[in-house]
Structure formats: structure tokens, C-alpha cells
Design a protein around this ligand. Structure first.
Ligand code: GDD
Ligand code: MN
Length: 369
């Protein structure tokens, strides 16, 4: 150990994490800019790449072979900006950690200022902000600006410390603060800063440094409707995730919609198609289960979404899970009903047992990790 330690006594002062997906052409220019901006600071840089088809990881390794400050962490079978950042932080070693996008939209020139504020203990967190005086949105259109402002307003619901630009993916944090938030992080979606600040056991001391958001030169933004959805799930998880899993709430909400679908299809089969009750009810069950599976696959489990052949297998396993769930539902209902407690309680208890069963078992069998 002592031997190891004496090899290089100059400690790394900043670990910089760069999440990437399809950013190959940005790597070299980014590293050049970082190198220039961080002159005089001893840094390491970890690119966390989600197995980009454009070969971003290879591009990073190419450089890393000759520059020990740089490393690629290549993740397989997973996607997500927040979780990538967290894994990069865990793989790093400096006591001060920074995060910056690969596409050079963040102004690396303010990095030393962000770093210094944390390294000197003036704050736990230094955020590159577009909203404080002298900061700017760059060339964003009106629509994206208002979405961003709306999202910022919503963040106020969960943040313990007010930040003018919690949507920022450009910040420097002390390892101590990161580690304090770590056990409670949700790591859902895109907004790691919101997650980090909302998960802090004590309010963080924050400094904000203005910068002008630049336009992307190569590649394209990964922002889409999924990002907005995942943001809402993140907020829900921060608000009540410690009481009840957000996924379960979504699953039950979808189940409620499924009940409406069931009743509608039952009504149509009986009144319009004139089917027998047995047949009509059976068709309605099948339609409702298919509906529930499809909607859950799209929203509740969008991070594990099944496609192609796996969609079919998933659907069949979901039918099976639900059929067993229905048996459990009826069984519990009858048990309580027979004990001479009100029919309403029997019905509700059966439904709860069925819902919990369906949720628990389908999360293991249908939407396996
Ligand atoms: N590993 C990994 N996995 N990286 C990802 C993923 C992913 O699933 N999705 C995006 N990234 C990387 C991109 O390659 C890029 O380096 C960075 O995360 C930001 O992604 P962009 O697609 O460029 O995001 P943006 O320009 O729309 O959003 C930016 O502005 C926001 C401010 O509202 C980012 O800076 C956000 O972090 C920032 O919050
Ligand atoms: Mn970008």
C-alpha cells in the first residue's frame, strides 16, 4: 500500500464524468477544450457510454490508451443519462466530481470556477446555470424554453435547496455530498441534478455560475417525449417513492383504466353483438388483459419495454400471471365473504391481493430485468 501510494503523490483534484450516447465526433474536440480549460488542475475524465452504435466507446479507448487521465466505461443493455452519471462517479476517485455533456453545449471555460468553489469548501455543489444573471439559453426555440421553465418550476416541489437551473446537467459536487445522496438516488431518466439535490439528507450549500448554453455541433439531442415522461416519474418517486413504489401506482392506475376497457367491451358484446354473458365476459377479460399489458409495456415499464417476439412471450406470460391473480382475487374474496364480513370489504380485499400479485409476479416474470 505504502509502495503504491508513493508512486505518485500528486493527487487527482477533479474527476469529470461525461455521459455519452452517439457522440463519437464530439470526443476529440471536447477533450481538447477540456484539456485547455483545466490547465493547472490535475483531472481524470470518465466517459460513460451506453454502448453507442456509432462507436463512441472505441473512440474514447483509442485516446485512453495513450492518455491515462481518460477512461471509457461502456455499459451494455442499459440506457439512461442519470444512471450513467452515477456509475461514472462511483468509478472515479477525486474528492471533487464534475459532470459535463459531451456535445460541447456546456461552456467548459467556467469549469475551473465551479471546481474551485467546491474544492475550497465554499459550497457542496456548484452549478453551471443558464438562468442566473449573464447566463443564457443560447439558440433554444420558444417551445423548448417554456418546457424547460415548466420543468424547472415543477422541480421546486421536490428540491430542498432552491436552484435557478435545476435542469442543468453541468455541475461540480463534492464526493461527500454525492455519497450522502447516494442511498436515496432514484437514477431515473435525464435529470441527475434534481435527483441529487432532492436526495440530499441535509440542504446543500449551492453556488451558481452563469454560462451561455451553446448549440450542438455534431450529432443530435436525445431529448424526446420519453425524457419528459421519465422526468415526471422521477418527481413522483422523489415525492412518494419512499412510501409506495411509483411503478406500483402506475400499474394500479393502468388497472383502473383496464377496468373501464373491460366494462366497455362487455357492454358492446352484450348489447350490440348480442353475445352470451359467458362469451362476452371472456372476451372482455382478454381485451382488458391485452390492454393492460400494452399500456404497462409502454409506460410503466418503458425502460424494460418488450418488442417483437418478446412482446408476444411477454403478453402470454402476462395472461398467465393475471389468471392466477384472478384465482387469488376470488379466493381471498370468498374467504372474507364466508367469514360474514361485508361483501364490499371482501371485494376490495380480493382486488388488492390480485393487484399486488399481478404487479409483483409480472415484474419478475413478464418484465424481467
Ligand atoms: N450514457 C448515456 N446514456 N448518455 C446519454 C444518454 C443515455 O441514455 N442520453 C443522453 N446522453 C448524453 C448525451 O450523449 C450528451 O452527452 C448528454 O447526455 C446530454 O444529452 P443531450 O441529448 O445533448 O441533451 P440536451 O442537449 O437535450 O440537454 C441538455 O440540456 C439540459 C438542460 O435543460 C443536457 O445538458 C442536460 O443534461 C441538461 O439538463
Ligand atoms: Mn445536448
Amino acid at each position: 500500500m505504502d509502495q503504491l501510494l508513493s508512486q505518485d503523490v500528486r493527487e487527482i483534484e477533479l474527476s469529470l464524468i461525461v455521459p455519452t450516447f452517439n457522440e463519437r465526433d464530439n470526443i476529440v474536440p471536447l477533450l481538447e477544450k477540456i484539456e485547455a480549460a483545466l490547465y493547472g488542475i490535475r483531472w481524470e475524465l470518465i466517459v460513460v457510454d451506453d454502448n453507442s452504435p456509432d462507436g463512441t466507446s472505441n473512440q474514447v479507448r483509442e485516446i485512453a490508451r495513450r492518455d491515462r487521465r481518460i477512461r471509457a466505461v461502456q455499459r451494455i443493455g442499459r440506457r439512461g443519462l442519470s444512471s450513467a452519471v452515477v456509475e461514472g462517479m462511483l468509478a472515479s476517485s477525486a474528492s471533487v466530481i464534475g459532470v459535463i455533456d459531451a456535445d460541447m453545449q456546456h461552456d467548459e471555460a467556467i469549469l475551473p470556477q465551479l471546481w474551485k468553489a467546491v474544492a475550497r469548501g465554499e459550497c457542496d455543489l456548484a452549478v453551471g446555470s443558464r438562468y442566473v444573471q449573464d447566463g443564457g439559453m443560447g439558440e433554444w426555440n420558444q417551445k423548448r424554453q417554456s418546457i424547460s421553465r415548466g420543468a424547472t418550476w415543477l422541480a421546486g416541489l421536490v428540491l430542498k435547496t432552491q436552484i435557478s437551473d435545476p435542469m442543468s446537467g453541468f455541475f461540480v459536487v463534492s464526493r461527500r455530498a454525492f455519497e450522502a445522496s447516494l442511498p436515496r438516488l432514484s437514477t431515473i431518466g435525464f435529470k441527475i441534478l434534481v435527483d441529487l439535490v432532492a436526495s440530499a439528507p441535509q440542504p446543500l450549500k449551492v453556488i451558481e455560475v452563469p454560462y451561455e448554453f451553446r448549440i450542438r455541433s455534431f450529432g443530435e439531442s436525445k431529448l424526446d417525449s420519453a425524457v419528459a415522461w421519465e422526468y415526471l416519474v422521477l418527481l413522483a418517486d422523489k415525492l412518494f417513492g419512499h412510501i409506495i413504489p411509483v411503478r406500483f401506482v402506475l400499474f394500479v392506475a393502468v388497472g383502473g383504466l383496464g377496468l373501464l376497457v373491460h366494462l366497455a367491451s362487455l357492454g358492446i358484446s352484450l348489447k350490440i353483438l348480442d353475445l352470451s354473458f359467458l362469451l362476452a365476459q371472456s372476451v372482455a377479460v382478454l381485451i382488458a388483459m391485452t390492454f393492460n399489458f400494452t399500456v404497462n409495456n409502454f409506460f410503466t415499464y418503458r425502460d424494460r419495454r418488450l418488442t417483437g417476439l418478446r412482446f408476444i412471450y411477454g403478453l402470454l406470460s402476462f395472461y398467465l400471471v393475471c389468471l392466477v391473480g384472478a384465482v387469488a382475487n376470488v379466493g381471498v374474496g370468498i374467504y372474507i365473504y364466508d367469514a360474514d364480513i361485508t361483501w364490499l370489504l371482501a371485494g376490495v380485499a380480493g382486488a388488492i391481493v390480485g393487484a399486488v400479485w399481478n404487479y409483483a409476479v409480472s415484474s419478475v416474470f413478464t418484465w424481467r430485468k
